[in-house]
Design a protein around this ligand. Structure first.
Ligand code: ADP
Length: 540
């Protein structure tokens, strides 16, 4: 027997319909790429997204076509997403921080038909355009006055292009399993892989993301997604925020500490999210200026492990709750968030920080297990670590144009992370499987060592890699960037770490550098560091 409920496919443009009807005047404020602050609202976003869909259809874009966006977080980018979705096409976010060759590879692999891009990226695309036969038209996200002279094929300014539509358009209707969005993993090993989200998976994921023990978003919030829409599906914020009707503040191209602080303060932002490197810049800026964060209530920190010192600084110095989160492009991307279950809710001080080091527990819709290399499930005791595997309606089952089976017999996807899970279901990432340091048959977590080292008051950033050792196979090397104007010695740093970790985990050496390389999504680039220190010999 089937249920007798209505057939109401979970289509993403229904989210902007809801936002426009019930939260239509809620502000959407952007620091535009051209410079000035631009204010609009959900009703206008929807009205213009309808024009985007109508205009795309006139340009021949239909169900299943890929439309690339190479853009910062702005109101125009948001309109484009909903317009693309509403015509049944697929938004394909391209990360501008990738190498130009990778960008070309990804666009060709996705066979994007149209590209919507910020003025900032016109010179980049002019260099690549000859190699991108599938792109028929470039729409530059600006108005006629700011439109640059360009050789890009059929280039037009977005505002002029949009003005040719009246918005008299009805969203297309189709199956909820239809592809909605695409995002390529950064491909630090091998070629990038295309992850394809569906309307259904993104809608369910937006519900999961908004839940009280996830981001706890509500209509009274003012949400600042510092994390770019092109990083791992924008952590769902382009969907979960309008879904609940919270106001949006979008940072455009400027994500330095001072610019972010200005938005947080001026627009009374209550919720924000980004990777640790962004928060490092903000906290350093606040330390310098002495400014406070009276309006900010919650900050989601993920993408790489959130250092204990960062959690402590936000909570103790600024009264902001830190929600440590873990996920990946293949998971839409949310996998777990570290909010407090009753078992841990009473903890304070260092004991609370111990729990916040963990990446947390999954919302409904994500199942987890840890296994050994043979696939045997391991116990949830908070100590045993194994390969972290996940399953759920917003987890990838395959990559675009790739026949490889990526699921185990039970349908779980191997995340490539090594983790523990404790008795209450809190997961903690020990390391990426390829970054873990194998010393004498035992594993050392590079993440734990990095988190500890950045707790030293003079350290700005720390990275740990394994270097070859004649007896132990590998030993940890600690690479440090000091805060501006500070000096420290190897013994200062190791002395600080001593007693806080097992003795045999202590790095064999410390080197001081000016800069640590980062990936296109702001993570420490271990592959480059390993190359850089390939000929390095540990002191004997
Ligand atoms: P990219 O590397 O391109 O940013 P993803 O965002 O998909 O791609 O990266 C996912 C990976 O990032 C995870 O598998 C994990 O290794 C790491 N990661 C994400 N969040 C955390 C976190 N809170 N702590 C530690 N590692 C994290």
């Amino acid at each position: 027997m089937l249920g007798l409920m209505q057939d109401w496919p979970l289509l993403l443009h229904r989210i902007i319909d809801h936002a426009a009807i019930h939260h239509g005047t809620r502000p959407v404020i952007t620091r535009s790429v051209e410079g000035p602050i631009v204010e609009t609202n959900y009703a206008q976003i929807r009205a213009r997204a309808l024009k985007v869909a109508q205009r795309l259809e006139r340009d021949g874009v239909t169900l299943g076509d890929r439309v690339a966006t190479l853009a910062w977080n702005t109101w125009r980018h948001l309109e484009c997403w909903y317009g693309i979705l509403g015509v049944g096409a697929i938004y394909h976010t391209v990360n501008p921080r990738l190498f130009p060759d990778q960008i070309a590879w990804i666009i060709n692999h996705a066979e994007d038909k149209v590209m919507m891009l910020d003025i900032t990226f016109v010179p980049l695309m002019e260099k690549l355009a000859d190699r991108l036969p599938s792109i028929e038209r470039y729409i530059v996200l600006t108005d006629a006055a700011h439109m640059p002279q360009t050789t890009l094929k059929n280039a037009v300014s977005y505002e002029e292009w949009l003005a040719q539509a009246d918005g008299d358009f009805a969203w297309k209707q189709f199956d909820e399993n239809t592809a909605a969005g695409m995002c390529y993993t950064s491909g630090t090993t091998g070629e990038p892989k295309g992850v394809v989200y569906s309307h259904r998976s993104n809608t369910l994921h937006a519900f999961m993301a908004a839940l009280p023990d996830s981001k706890n978003l509500r209509a009274t919030d003012v949400c600042l997604p510092v994390v770019p829409f092109f990083h791992a599906n924008g952590w769902s914020l382009a969907f979960s925020t309008p879904m609940v009707g919270a106001a949006l503040v979008l940072p455009g191209a400027r994500m330095d500490g001072a610019s972010i602080y200005e938005l947080l303060d001026k627009y009374k932002v209550s919720f924000t999210a980004a990777v640790p490197t962004v928060w490092l810049m903000l906290l350093q800026d606040l330390e310098k200026t002495g400014a406070k964060l009276p309006y900010l209530k919650r900050v989601v920190i993920g993408g790489s492990a959130c250092p204990r010192a960062m959690t402590k600084a936000f909570e103790d110095n600024y009264g902001v709750e830190v929600i440590h989160a873990w996920g990946m492009t293949e998971m839409s991307p949310l996998g777990s968030l570290c909010t407090m279950k009753p078992e841990y809710a009473q903890l304070t001080g260092e004991a609370r920080l111990d729990i916040q080091q963990k990446q947390g527990h999954p919302p409904f819709g994500v199942e987890m297990k840890i296994t050994d290399d043979d696939g045997k499930a391991l116990p949830w005791d908070g100590k045993t670590f194994g390969r972290l595997k996940v399953r759920g309606p917003a987890v990838a089952k395959a990559y675009f144009k790739n026949k490889d089976n990526i699921l185990d017999k039970e349908g779980f996807f191997d995340t490539g992370d090594v983790a523990t899970i404790d008795q209450y279901g809190y997961m903690q990432v020990t390391d990426r499987a390829k970054d873990v340091i194998k010393s004498g048959g035992e594993w050392i977590s590079s993440i734990d060592l990095e988190n500890l080292a950045v707790g030293h008051p003079k350290v700005a950033e720390a990275a740990v890699i394994g270097v070859t050792h004649p007896k132990w196979d590998e030993r940890p090397l600690l690479i440090i960037v000091l805060k501006k104007g500070e000096t420290a010695t190897k013994d200062d740093i190791l002395g600080f770490m001593q007693g806080k970790i097992a003795r045999w985990w202590l790095p064999d050496d410390v080197v001081f550098v000016e800069d640590i390389p980062h990936t296109a999504t702001g993570k420490i680039q271990k592959t480059t560091l390993r190359k850089q220190f390939r000929d390095y010999r540990l002191p004997t």
